[in-house]
Design a protein around this ligand. Structure first.
Ligand code: GLY
Length: 357
């Protein structure tokens, strides 16, 4: 087992290792006295892993209740949040009890938000079951639900008290869900870690999943420790996300987060190259890496619709929107674009895709 300690407003461990799902209860008991637990999972994950995780908590002395919601981004909303909060109340959970998020990014974000607001804040544990959640959303304390106006529009920062990642669970992921996580993995290589980027250009991601998770979590921990509240450095983690979120929204979430981010990273780099802000050839290299890991690099969508959706991104602030511009593998900078400039960058990034198609 590898243990990575995160020193944020709350200190906690990320435990990564084969077979840890069965040890989740014992690992939690080391940081939290036995109490009532609400085990939250979706309709895909619950039949696969909830019994095993519940048994491990019960064996460690916890009393387990369950809340299961329909799988999918469409559930990540205020309605499901209120249902979960009401379930916590109905089960009689108190401030000293615990929520456990067993699942992917939707489950983690929803459960974290419920933990942050239920009785003004209770502890929660993240047990990611997708690569995407393991390398990104389960670490760092961002919690949220979507609103009609956009993704992750209501939420808060609330750190977990423990993250338990068992890479064995990736074996049940469909190829497209595994690839989804690889988009975030590639992101870390582009913005922070050139040797990792180069390794990804020839690695077997399935065989190396455990070390990929550990590498990404170490990178993310370093960023979160310096900028937990996302006021500076942490913005780098949004590389590809402004266009990515716009693509997700314009597709009515039929295009996944990872696919959106992959297309967004390629489009943003292409636009940066066209504007003379990134070296020639970088876009091609990032696109090749995405293709190598079964990710799309283009989408057929009206540029105007993407621009409108990107303008409502929550990274917008007075006078523009901050985007992430890669400089070389392993290094990126943030840059504030006026909204008209953003439109031009999206057009440049996506128009070239049309030509290439
Ligand atoms: N997923 C981006 C962040 O945690 O800041």
């Amino acid at each position: 087992m590898q243990t990575i300690r995160v020193h944020a407003s709350k200190e906690y461990d990320i435990c990564i290792g084969s077979g840890l799902l069965q040890q989740a209860g014992a690992l939690t008991a080391a940081v939290k006295a036995p109490c009532a637990v609400m085990l939250v999972s979706d309709s895909h994950v619950e039949p696969l892993y909830a019994d095993r995780v519940a048994a491990s908590y019960e064996a460690a002395g916890f009393t387990v209740h369950r809340f299961t919601f329909p799988a999918g981004e469409a559930s990540k909303n205020m309605h499901t949040l209120v249902q979960l909060l009401e379930a916590l109340g109905a089960a009689g959970l108190t401030r000293s009890d615990l929520l456990v998020a067993l699942g992917g990014g939707v489950t983690g974000d929803l459960t974290g938000f419920a933990a942050a607001v239920y009785q003004r804040g209770v502890d929660f544990v993240q047990i990611p079951t997708t690569l995407l959640a393991a390398v990104d959303s389960s670490v760092g304390g961002k919690t949220a639900v979507d609103l009609a106006c956009g993704k992750n529009m209501a939420g808060c920062f609330w750190q977990p008290c423990l993250v338990v990642c068992d890479p064995d669970v990736f074996a049940t992921l469909s190829p497209d869900i595994f690839a989804d996580g690889m988009a975030e993995v590639i992101k870390y290589g582009v913005i922070l870690d050139e040797p990792f980027f180069e390794w990804l250009e020839h690695c077997d991601a399935h065989a190396g999943a455990e070390s990929i998770v550990a590498r990404c979590c170490r990178l993310k921990k370093q960023v979160v420790e310096q900028d937990e509240r996302d006021t500076g450095l942490r913005a780098l983690l949004n590389f590809g996300h402004t266009i990515g979120h716009a693509i997700e929204k314009c597709s009515d979430f039929t295009i996944s987060h990872g696919s959106g981010v992959a297309i967004g990273m390629v489009a943003m780099t292409r636009a940066a190259e066209a504007a003379g802000c990134a070296p020639a050839g970088l876009c091609e290299r990032i696109a090749a890496l995405c293709v190598r890991h079964d990710l799309p690099t283009a989408v057929n969508m009206p540029v105007q619709a993407l621009c409108a959706a990107a303008r409502s991104d929550k990274k917008r602030s007075t006078g523009g929107i901050t985007v992430v511009v890669p400089q070389q593998p392993g290094r990126a900078v943030t840059r504030k674009l006026a909204l008209e400039e953003l439109d031009a960058w999206i057009a440049a990034g996506c128009a070239a895709e049309d030509e290439n198609r």
